[in-house]
Design a binder for this molecule. Structure first.
Ligand SMILES: NC(=O)c1ccc[n+]([C@@H]2O[C@H](COP(=O)([O-])OP(=O)(O)OC[C@H]3O[C@@H](n4cnc5c(N)ncnc54)[C@H](O)[C@@H]3O)[C@@H](O)[C@H]2O)c1
Length: 441
């Protein structure tokens, strides 16, 4: 039986995308979208472009493409802009990042050269390994937020975008804990006027976006919108938020394998993960303060999936270590090793070894695309836009944001079911429980 369809406005006109940071991930995303538009590439890795969604009973054999099932903006309607603390245009930045080869970059060079970053909001205190000169000056952090708002409005006017989405693709900031300045919007705005050190650059961009009613997604593990003040602004201005930290590489593998071990009640003694990578992200993460932010994001995953409190015999006190090592020769081609010590029937030990030769930005770029298209869907949907955190997008994040009284859901398969059931709910379709007893009546 069909339920009532939720109201969603059609995606008319252009969708403006601004990225905070135009490094490896952002430029690989820009280049990929344009290559797809020119029929030079396929959108591999993108659920919105390639995924289907099953509707009704298994025997109905009905599984439309997700992009045909919900009204998503088309790739031809996307226009791009953003900020960086280095003035390089996206072609130069992509060349420096070294993710895509020169043949692929040259095929879209004209397009990438036109995407030039606006000066960023930056203070070295928050990302110690970077020192860019393309930065805004302002008397207070509120001044800087106003300049970012002016940038957004100017970009929207010049590009003719009907709607906007803003996404943090900037470097990982230092580890920060929520403090008094983050507890309410009034305290935060006072803090902006007095340039409170508790307000990091990523929060200034997020504030500017949300203040203008624009959705904001966070691809790094920074605190950013994970504070009551900005969550309040998100709800008040009906500007959705989601985060944190794109789930790619080693953590993606972890959230695929750990649910499988738990499903079969296989115990875990230890999980040692180490990475070598040589891009700018790796260089930033070589600083212990930025690494701490990443480490928190990576470590919590196993605790939540394996539930040691529920299964103490299997998962209490397992040893979990994550290391990231900056190794320039690897460039963006990260290598992640996992050594997993498990045990089974009668306690007999076994081991799993993983050597994942991955390309971080190749895994992250389709996530950026999906998040932008889904965040734009949400802003056109009155039922969803005022809900603040979009937990149904946890599928894409290492540290999914969720309501204060909830724990985050990390299991990739539960996350996917949640995402697809949300889409079914929006279109008035039955949710799928996988019960299936009716087939045997
Ligand atoms: N690549 C992945 O798979 C992946 C996965 C999860 C998270 N992330 C996170 O995404 C972010 C981007 O990754 P990347 O590989 O593109 O890194 P990158 O170093 O190539 O790019 C980051 C860019 O942000 C810019 N930047 C830093 N601070 C800024 C500020 N305040 N304002 C504007 N620009 C600023 C830097 O100059 C740089 O060009 C990082 O925080 C990374 O940890 C990446």
């Amino acid at each position: 039986m069909r339920k009532k369809t939720v109201e969603i406005a059609q995606p008319k006109g252009k969708l403006g995308i601004m990225t905070c940071g135009m490094g490896a991930v952002a430029t690989t995303f820009f280049a990929g979208v344009e290559s797809i538009r020119r029929n030079l590439a396929s959108p591999f890795g993108s659920l919105t472009q390639m995924g289907t969604i099953r509707l009704g009973k298994r025997t109905d054999r009905k599984a439309p493409m997700i992009k045909d099932f919900v009204p998503l903006a088309g790739l031809d309607d996307l226009v791009f802009g953003g900020w960086d603390i280095f003035p390089d245009n996206s072609y130069q930045a992509a060349t420096n990042a070294g993710v895509l080869n020169s043949k692929d970059l040259d095929a879209v060079r004209d397009f990438l050269e036109e995407i030039r970053p606006l000066p960023g909001v930056f203070q070295r205190k928050y990302v110690k390994r970077l020192n860019g000169s393309h930065v805004k000056r302002g008397k207070t952090k509120m001044d800087l937020a106003k300049q970012v708002m002016e940038d957004i409005q100017a970009f929207q006017a010049n590009s003719g975008a009907e709607r906007m989405v803003i996404i943090w693709c900037g470097s990982t900031e230092i580890f920060m804990k929520p403090g008094p300045v983050h507890q309410s919007l009034a305290a935060f705005e006072k803090g902006l006027r007095s340039s409170d050190p508790g307000i990091a650059p990523s929060m200034i961009y997020a504030y500017a976006a949300l203040k203008l009613g624009i959705p904001f997604a966070n691809g790094a593990p920074n605190l950013t919108t994970d504070i009551p003040a900005l969550q309040q602004l998100s709800i008040e201005n009906r500007a959705p938020i989601c985060g944190k930290d794109f789930k790619t590489g080693q953590t993606l593998m972890k959230t695929i394998i750990a649910p499988g071990l738990k499903a079969r009640m296989i115990g875990l003694k230890g999980w040692f993960s180490t990475n070598i990578l040589g891009n700018r992200d790796g260089e930033v993460l070589d600083d212990p303060m930025s690494f701490r932010t990443k480490e928190e994001s990576k470590l919590s995953v196993l605790e939540y999936i394996l539930q040691p409190d529920v299964y103490p015999e299997l998962y209490k006190d397992f040893y979990h270590k994550v290391r990231i090592n900056y190794y320039p020769p690897s460039g963006d081609n990260k290598e992640g090793w996992d050594n997993i010590d498990i045990f089974g029937w009668m306690g007999y030990p076994m081991q799993i070894k993983i050597d994942f030769l991955c390309r971080d930005s190749i895994l992250a770029a389709p996530i950026v695309l999906d998040l932008i298209l889904f965040m734009d869907l949400v802003q056109r949907c009155p039922e969803m836009a005022g809900k603040g955190i979009q937990e149904w997008l946890s599928f894409y994040f290492k540290s999914p944001m969720c309501a204060p009284n909830l724990y985050p859901e990390h299991d990739l398969f539960i996350q996917l079911m949640k995402l697809k059931n949300t889409l079914r709910h929006l279109r008035g379709e039955q949710l799928i429980t996988h019960l299936g007893l009716e087939y045997y009546d």
